[in-house]
Design a protein around this ligand. Sequence first.
Ligand code: AMP
Ligand code: MG
Length: 488
Amino acid sequence: MTIEAGWNLDNSYARLPKSFFSSHKPTPVRAPQLLILNESLAVSLGLDVDALQSEEGVAELAGNRLPEGASPLAQAYAGHQFGHFTMLGDGRAVLLGEQITPLGERVDIQLKGPGRTPYSRGGDGRAALGPMLREYIISEAMHALGIPTTRSLAVVSTGEQVIRETALPGAILTRVAASHIRVGTFQYVANWGTVEELRTLADYTINRHYPELAADENRYLLLLKEVMKRQASLIANWQLVGFIHGVMNTDNMTISGETIDYGPCAFMDTYDPATVFSSIDTEGRYAYENQPYMAGWNLARFAETLLPVLHDNQDEAVKLAQEEISNYSNIYQAYWLEGMRKKLGIFNEEDGDESLINDLLSMMEKQGADFTNTFRALTVSKPDETGLSGTQEFARWHSRWQERLTRQKEENVSVSVEQLMQSSNPAVIPRNHRVEEALEAAVEQGDLSVMERLLAVLSKPYAYTSNQEEYCTLPEPSDEPYRTFCGT
Ligand code: AMP
Ligand code: MG
């Protein structure tokens, strides 16, 4: 007996102009096996867990069989990659359709690694198991941290090998996203489409992500403003937990404001603003400290794509776009400061807050303190565990901070300083050595239990429970800096 999987797919993207995508089916794989299924996500999407685990369900998650109502396609997009503009598109992804959830939300269901598409260029359209499990872990950790992100529904192994530097086991990730519309999607249409098509894409995006703007005659300028806000908030969130994306190319920046494309990303241990993990980012373009600027750069590219619909007069359009973009750094800074205040348990505003925060950060940098554990130690009132104690400078800073906390009235707010700090400072993050350990067990030994335990701990980063403690320890000191790779 087959159980209905609960697919409720619509295909609004497939109804857009034909040049926006290529209708394209996944290429079947030899021997799909379900390795991990995100049961709570499945349920929230209205999908049946047993059905997804059945032979038919697994075949759907592998691209061997199309879910009912699917209209598979690869999306066209362009992008500035490390500053260079190129035509790209889904080279190793296929959108099956948009699931309408029981709550009436519309989310993209995309297979990552389903074989070659018309946009694959020299690539094989496939993905290796390690990087797909890595995306699963980090995206789910980000979600649990409360940071907007694409989600991971499942990973299946394909029973086939992919050839990278060596032969690796192949896999397919099912990715769930508010949409996959990127800055690069707008760049593609602005460059190669008509103004009419650009308006179609902008209206589609507004209806999907910013419906409250749809009736406004200034909606394209407002779209720019809202995307800037969501991105500024997103990047501030990354900075506040020490997340480094690694490839903030314009094709990896969503219009929905979700984090997307977990390639060479990683969380920082030791606080060092110049931290870079990606092996290909030799210039440090996407270093931790540069992320806010690079987001601003990408948003300026987004603004450029909108020029033809902002105003009939190009000079006026440029003026409008420039005015908006010039606000970005203030908007970002306000989100960052708001978040940093919370990390220190501060819920009112004083002029000196920024220097209080920056003085802490500069001590952390000087002492090589661990980013997460320093804030965790302050949260649980164990200043000795900040990695900073023992200096006069820290003692002075600490009493300055304590005094600052006395200048706010807890009666005026619904949470205490401790609660505010606990809900703003994760006790656990996906530390690189823990992620590597989980991936090694899964990929080398076929043992997923290490990853499952890690996922369970990462699902409650603000819980401050004793079972988290073993996940808070730092890696053994190493001569080599941690490196992540793009050849995913
Ligand atoms: P990413 O680094 O994942 O953001 O990918 C950048 C571009 O390269 C996108 O257009 C991808 O679809 C494409 N791409 C990455 N890996 C592959 C692959 N194995 N086969 C085909 N295209 C790929
Ligand atoms: Mg990408």
